[in-house]
Design a protein around this ligand. Structure first.
Ligand code: NI
Length: 194
């Protein structure tokens, strides 16, 4: 079954995802000027990022992963799957996003990344954050998140600062081939690849 449902049809193009080792993944991505949000270039890029994320399939993607050094992320949680998020989160774009921790609780969990194919690692993240950014309509939003959504937003924001998750895996922890422990992986369409 394809991951793309009627509600998730964005008419974008699937773009190639650059892999670890490409210098764009190590750069600090550039802010998008608010007056540029409505331009055809930015609107097309967001559509293409959504399409690329859904096709992968992944649950998040950042613009540098498709070769654009701009501060734009797209993420989602498929509904009814797991991690206590029954209603899911529809594909959401955030421009010039930021976050700060709410409380000091840290949680380690498995992550993958569309730019680190075939691997996964246990990454410590803040359990709860406040995050913000502009929607694709240029409206500033500010929200809180915990659990899986908190993890996804932190992972995607890291991409905009040149950080890939393997840099955050602690020394005594492991990065392993994703296929080695298939029982620990979620269903294919919900693999945590950001
Ligand atoms: Ni990623």
């Amino acid at each position: 079954m394809t991951d793309k449902t009627k509600q998730e049809c964005y008419d974008g193009n699937v773009l190639p995802v650059v892999q670890m080792g490409h210098p764009i993944l190590l750069e600090r991505a550039k802010e998008v000027l608010p007056e540029h949000v409505s331009t055809a270039h930015i609107q097309r890029l967001i559509k293409d990022m959504r399409e690329t994320m859904l096709a992968a399939p992944g649950i998040g993607i950042a613009a540098p992963q498709v070769g654009e050094s701009l501060r734009i992320i797209v993420f989602r949680i498929p509904p009814g799957k797991e991690k206590g998020c029954l209603e899911g989160v529809p594909p959401t774009a955030l421009i010039n996003p930021g976050y700060e921790k709410v409380g000091d609780e840290m949680v380690k969990d498995w992550e993958g990344c569309l730019s680190v194919k075939g691997k996964r690692g246990r990454v410590p993240r803040y359990e709860r954050i406040r995050y913000w950014g502009l929607t694709e309509k240029g409206v500033r939003v500010e929200r809180t998140a915990d659990g899986w959504l908190s993890r996804i937003v932190q992972h995607e924001c890291d991409h905009l600062n040149g950080i890939l998750y393997p840099q955050l895996v602690e020394e005594d922890d492991i990065i392993e081939e994703a296929w080695r422990s298939p029982l620990l992986l979620p269903e294919p369409e919900t693999v945590v690849s950001n």
